[in-house]
Each structure stands twice: as C-alpha cells, then as structure tokens.
Design a protein around this ligand. Structure first.
Ligand code: DGJ
Length: 694
C-alpha cells in the first residue's frame, strides 16, 4: 500500500520519494514532507502548529498549508477564493472524512463548517514514476449559488532553503521553449497564460531546486499542469522560510457560479521529486506522459507534410506528385496541410467550412487519398476547428457564434475570429461537420491547429457564463476532440497552435503528438527541442526536415536534428536533387531502425546546446541493450582546437561491455561514462552513432 494513514496524517510513498501532510492540533491541513523516501513511518515529521508571528502574521502565514484558502489572516496566494450568496468571502475548510477509491488514490473530504461547500482534495500516486497527481473538486450542497473566484489545482510546499531557483520554458511564436533558470527571492514570481491556450509565451511546466542542481545531480522538484487553456503559476517565497508553488486555471477575469448540486473540478496537477538532477526529472515525466498517450505505445510513422512546399496552393495533382517522391524516400504517412477546404485560396477565407474546395478537389478527397494509399502510405489532414474567417459560409450563417461584444469591433488576427466553443451549439456543429469529414474519408491522422489567441471574449445573451468562458471554452475543445476521438479511435491526432502554442499535459490526453514550433531551421530547432524535451517526451515531438538552412547546413545534419524526435519531412521534394533524395532515403531507413529507441527510450542530455552550441543526446532502450547517440557541432568552443567534442555517456550499467559505432574497442559502461571519448566534429557537422551491448 503506497498510502499510509495514521490518525489524520498521511504519507504517500512512491518508489523513491514520499509526500506527507496531515491535520494539526488546530485542525489545519498542513504539509509535512516532500523528498526522498525515508526508512520508517516515524521518520516523517508531524504537522506543525503555530499561533502565528506577532500580531501581524497569523497561522496561515507561518504554516505550510496544503490547500490554502482566502480568508482569516491569509495574505499570501490562496488556492481557493469563494464568495458565498450572503456576501461572505472567507473560506474555512475542516476535515470531514477520507476515502480510497483505489489503493493509489486518496480523497480528503473537507467542508466549510457554516456554508454548504464541500471540497474534495484528490491525491493519486504514480509509484513507478515518483509522481503525485493532485486536483480538487468543489461541490455546492446547499440551495443558493456559490461564486468561485479562484480554484487552483494544488499548492506544492517546500522549505525555502530547498528552493532558490525555478526553471521554466517560454518565448513567443517561432521562438518557443527557451529554458530559463531564474533565482527566486522573497515575493511572488508568476507565470501565466490569459489566451485560452497554454501559449507560446510560458509553458505550464516547472523545475525547482536550490540553485546547484545539474543534469545528473541534485534534488529537483518538478511538475506540469494538465490544462490547455488559460493557466497560472504563483511561486512564492515567504518571510517565514517557506516556499509554495500554486498552479491551476487562471483566475484572471474568471468567475464560476456553482449552482446547487453542481461540482466544479480543477485540472490535474502533476509533480515529482528526484535526487538525480534535471535529466532524471525529465525522464520521470517522459515515461509517465508517454504511458498516458491515447495510442501508447504506438511508434509514430515518418510523415511528410506539404505546408512549406505548397502553402495554400494545393491541388490533387500537386499533392500526388509530392506523395510519389515521399513514398520513394520511405515516408509512411502523407499529410495535406492548410488550403484544401472550401474557398481556402489564401488565409482570408474558408475557415469554418470543412468540406473540400470544389475547384481544387472536384471529386472530393477520395482520389488523392486513394493515390496516397496506393503508394503505400496512409493519409493525414490539417484542420483548424476553433476558427472562422468572416469570408466563410459558417460566419455568414452564424455571425453570433464568434466571441464578441456587440458594441466593440472584432479584432481580426490572421484574418480570422475565434468561435466560442463554450457554446454547446458550436460544439455540436463541429462534431457534426468533422464527423462527416472523417466518416467520408479514410483519414489516419489529423493535425489540429489554432492560429490565434482570444480577443473580445464576450458571449452576448449568456451573462451568467460571461466569466466562465475561460474554462468552458477549454472544456468545449476537450468535448469536441474527445467525441471525435471516441467516434474515430484509429486516428492519430497532432496538437498545433501556430507551432507550440498548445503544448501541455492536458492536450496530450487527446493528441499523441505536438508540433513544437513553426520555426523549422535546424539550428533554431536544436535549442527549441532542448527546451521542449525538458518536459515532454521525444515521441510526441514532431520535427520536420525542411528547406530552411538548405544553403548552409547539410541535409544529413538537418535530418539528425529531426531524428531526435518524431521524424517528418516538410521540404519541397520537387526541388530536392537525386543526391538529396538518396541521403533522405538513407536517413529515413536509419531512423526506422532506431525509432523504438528514440521514441520509447530514456533520454540523456549529455551536452547542452545552451551551454556551447554543441549538444549531444543519448537515447537508451529500457533494457540497456541499444542506444542512439546524436552529436552536433554548431560552433567551436576553442577555434584553435581541432573541434573535438568530448562525450561522456550516461545511464549505462557500469560493468556491462558496450560498443560505440566508430570506436575501436568495446569498453565497460563505467569507462564510457567516466573517461568518455572524443568526436572530431567541425562546425556544421553531426553524427548519429549506434551503441550496442556486447
Ligand atoms: C500554422 C502551423 O504551425 C503550420 O505548420 C501550418 O499548419 C499553418 N498553420 C497552416 O496555416
């Protein structure tokens, strides 16, 4: 049993870690421990008690409250803010009972002693992954509505001495997943999205440590939020040497009326602990997220995507020509991107009308799909369901379906408006029209795009839901996507939002893949991928070889960059020379041979791109039989040297003998890891080497 209970104190144990909390003598739910698993139950601390500090700071300032609420003398960030029908805005939660729906799932049932509000705190343990999953459910058991003003998923508590630095990911369109490591000082450090998507700007992932951790060593606490809409993270270092990180749905402009009998559930927050640095933190998340993917443990096919080759200029003939070459290279899936549907000759028209354009496809998609299948590939298609162009039949028929305020002009972005997916009728329209598309055509793969963020988030005629749209919209996206997934379970979905604008653990419950960035320059990708892989596994990271950098980087190098994830091709194959096609075919064959290791193995970041521009990544299969090592040189650390890259492997059993491709002798794991070896790479060169147990 991984959950231990003693009176009103709980210890949740994973394989290597433990997480503790309990009610103190004053009845407050207090966090007690999060770190390495200890030998005995009595080793874990008990919930502390406090009367506060002087007359200025009450107990809730001093104690590590497990789910802090707004009220009393609480001046720090709370998880819960409520307004009761009589105007009281003060929540007190008391213990009611606990229950265990499963051996690894605990629910603490809390209630307000005066008002009919019940709050269930859920804890689910993932012992093999050293992860704890948390969420909250609020229920109104009374007869009057209760206004929720904030309901975050979890507060993660730690001593401030353990947390002096936060790592996070962010950037902008075309420049996602920059990795920032930032010192924490007293006060609140906040990251968020207010955009109705998780966003390019910040990603709902974090890693915390004392400022000394590195790839292989040091205590790291890390986590993600499984939510694809607006979110918020508050990392607060208090004057009382406590640190707390709160994460959940963004409460900016948010309010939710909880009617009698209703339940509001927060998204799930996931967090873990390791003593083995950032590398281990990533691997724990990778293995867990990979195991939860809708089609796990499917290996992704090598795909071709026509977007960069044709933009909106798609036709059955043009696509077939590309498909013929793609098939010769060994591509297994052909994806037609934007431009195929009614009126879509440019980005000013067509979004919303999900039927093939009659000029481009007079006989529908069938002839193209048939020729793709005859070439031995399956067929994939691009859609952008949440959007509409004013120049579309859908908008002409239902102008009221977009977010808008009647007294304000609508803000166009990329000539499009956002459908209000909080509306059940919009959800129903999308389910129907996309079901027809998917039922009428043999489609194996869908790329679901989202190319703008919200503006004028109004829903005229639904005043009650006005501030609920921030949550109802994302619930609507999940509902439409889930319904389609259930109706068409064979389809593999890819999440895209102008690149990586919707990359999160929530969308990975619907999509098996993510398109991390519209930036397909191999050099930019080395950095973007390094950031992406901090949080998300390699098999979900779709990566195309395109014509970007064609003049300054070899095709081999560009392939190696894309082979670090789920390989795709996105260049204009009609322009590729015979030599380029031969190189591509060779790389694709190599990728297929190593694909199980890359997509399903453990990732070790041996060298970092951020450090000196010369990254090296090692993928090892779970059995430690085989590995794939990628090494890239983009600049010389020492121009006078002959650019040798020193590589030390990781993750191998010390006593076992291994061969590294191109190296003369088999050596022990210990030797490859301690002494390592050098690779004579020049700037612009890369290597992919196989590693095999002898
Ligand atoms: C943005 C995506 O990220 C691109 O890959 C492409 O699908 C375009 N949208 C199409 O409009």
């Amino acid at each position: 049993m991984p959950i231990h209970q003693n009176n009103q104190i709980w210890i949740l144990e994973t394989e290597h870690s433990a997480y503790g909390f309990g009610f103190n003598r004053s009845g407050r739910l207090v966090h007690t421990y999060w770190g390495n698993r200890l030998p005995a139950q009595h080793d874990y601390p008990s919930p502390s008690d406090s009367d506060g500090w002087a007359s200025f700071d009450g107990p809730s300032e001093v104690l590590a409250e497990e789910y802090p609420c707004s009220g009393g003398m609480n001046y720090h960030e709370p998880c819960l803010k409520i307004s009761f029908a009589d105007g009281v805005r003060d929540v007190r939660l008391k213990f009611q009972s606990s229950s265990y729906p499963a051996p690894e799932h605990l629910i603490l049932h809390l209630h307000d002693p005066f008002y009919p509000l019940v709050v269930d705190l859920h804890y689910r343990i993932h012992p093999d992954h050293d992860l704890i999953e948390r969420w909250a459910e609020l229920q109104n058991q009374g007869e009057l509505p209760i206004q929720i003003e904030r309901a975050l998923s979890a507060a993660w508590q730690l001593p401030a001495s353990s947390v002096r630095r936060i790592s996070h990911l962010g950037g902008r369109w075309n420049d996602e997943f920059n990795l920032y490591r930032q010192p924490l000082t007293p006060g609140v450090f906040q990251l968020e999205s207010r955009r109705l998507s998780s966003g390019h700007q910040h990603n709902p992932w974090f890693a915390l440590e004392n400022g000394l951790a590195d790839e292989q060593d040091g205590e790291v606490w890390f986590g993600v939020l499984a939510w694809s809409g607006s979110w918020k993270l508050c990392a607060e270092t208090t004057p009382f040497e406590r640190f707390r990180l709160l994460i959940g749905i963004n409460d900016w402009d948010f309010a939710w009326q909880l009617d009698p009998g209703e339940i509001f559930s927060t998204p799930h927050a996931l967090a873990g602990y390791t003593q083995n640095g950032f590398g281990a933190a990533s691997r724990l998340l990778h293995t867990y997220l990979r195991s939860q993917l809708p089609h796990a443990p499917t290996l992704h096919k090598v795909l071709y995507n026509s977007w960069e080759a044709t933009l909106f200029d798609v036709s059955a003939n043009g696509q077939t020509h590309l498909a013929q070459i793609a098939a010769q290279l060994g591509v297994e899936r052909f994806v037609m991107d934007d431009g195929w549907f009614c009126g879509r000759h440019h980005d000013s028209a067509g979004l919303g009308d999900w039927t093939p354009d009659p000029d481009k496809f007079p006989h529908g998609l069938y002839p193209l799909i048939r020729s793709v299948q005859d070439l031995g590939m399956d067929f994939g298609l691009w859609i952008e369901p949440e959007m509409v162009n004013p120049d579309s039949n859908l908008y002409r028929t239902h102008p009221d379906w977009v977010f808008h305020y009647p007294t304000r002009p609508n803000t166009l972005a990329r000539n499009q408006l956002m459908l209000n997916l909080a509306r059940p009728d919009v959800q129903e329209y999308l389910i129907q029209s996309l079901s027809t598309l998917l039922a009428e055509n043999e489609i194996a793969f869908i790329k679901w795009d989202m190319n703008r963020n919200v503006s004028e988030a109004g829903w005229p005629g639904a005043p009650r839901q006005a501030r609920e749209v921030w949550v109802r919209y994302t619930q609507g996206v999940y509902h439409v996507w889930n319904t389609l997934r259930q109706r068409f379970p064979h389809i593999i979905w890819q999440s895209c939002s102008g690149g990586g604008g919707r990359s999160d653990a929530g969308i990975l419950q619907l999509a098996d893949q993510i398109w991390p960035s519209d930036n397909t320059s191999a050099l930019a990708r080395l950095r973007i991928q390094e950031g992406f892989l901090q949080a998300y596994p390699a098999n979900v990271m779709e990566s195309w070889v395109t014509d970007a950098d064609r003049n300054n980087l070899s095709l081999n190098f560009r392939f190696h960059v894309s082979m670090c994830g789920s390989l795709g091709i996105g260049g204009n194959l009609l322009n590729w020379s015979l030599t380029e096609r031969l190189t591509a075919a060779r790389c694709i064959a190599r990728y297929k041979a190593l694909r199980p290791i890359i997509q399903g193995g453990d990732l070790y970041r041996l060298r970092s791109f951020a450090q000196d521009g010369n990254p090296a990544l090692l993928y090892l299969d779970q059995e430690r039989e085989n590995g794939a090592l990628f090494a890239f040189c983009t600049r010389s650390p020492n121009p006078a040297a002959a650019h040798p890259l020193h590589i030390r492997l990781q993750g191998l059993p010390t006593q076992t003998l291994y061969m590294v491709e191109g190296q003369p002798l088999a050596r022990s794991g210990a030797s490859w890891m301690q002494e390592g070896f050098t690779l004579p790479l020049q700037p612009g060169q890369s290597l992919l080497l196989q590693i095999a147990r002898v």
